[in-house]
Design a protein. Structure first.
Length: 105
């Protein structure tokens, strides 16, 4: 299964499980506040657009910072060597789905 297909499946799941005004909005604020994205507004971060490369243009340092914040805030560890990271960080919706699925594990 390609990374793109996996990301699409995660987006579909998040659309069913995570509505507006919940984790997606929380993550938008977290991204802006924790990564100091001064010129970005919450509505600029679309749930299905790439977080890296395109979209809001995060880089590998941002990924590391974001993984630390997610572990601290939600108790979800995202390890640097995890082969799923490309899918996990592919979009806001994919990240939210990963957090929801792993919060209590």
């Amino acid at each position: 299964m390609s990374a793109f297909f996996k990301a699409q499946v995660m987006i579909e799941r998040s659309n069913r499980c995570i509505g507006e005004g919940t984790l997606l909005d929380e993550l938008r604020s977290l991204l802006i506040d924790e990564l100091n994205l001064e010129d970005v507004k919450p509505e600029d971060i679309k749930e299905d657009e790439p977080l890296f490369g395109g979209g809001i243009g995060l880089d590998s340092i941002d990924a590391l910072e974001l993984a630390i914040v997610i572990e601290r805030r939600y108790g979800v560890k995202i390890k640097s060597g995890d082969n799923r990271n490309e899918v996990i960080f592919s979009s806001l919706a994919a990240l939210a789905t990963h957090i929801e699925e792993n919060r209590c594990k």
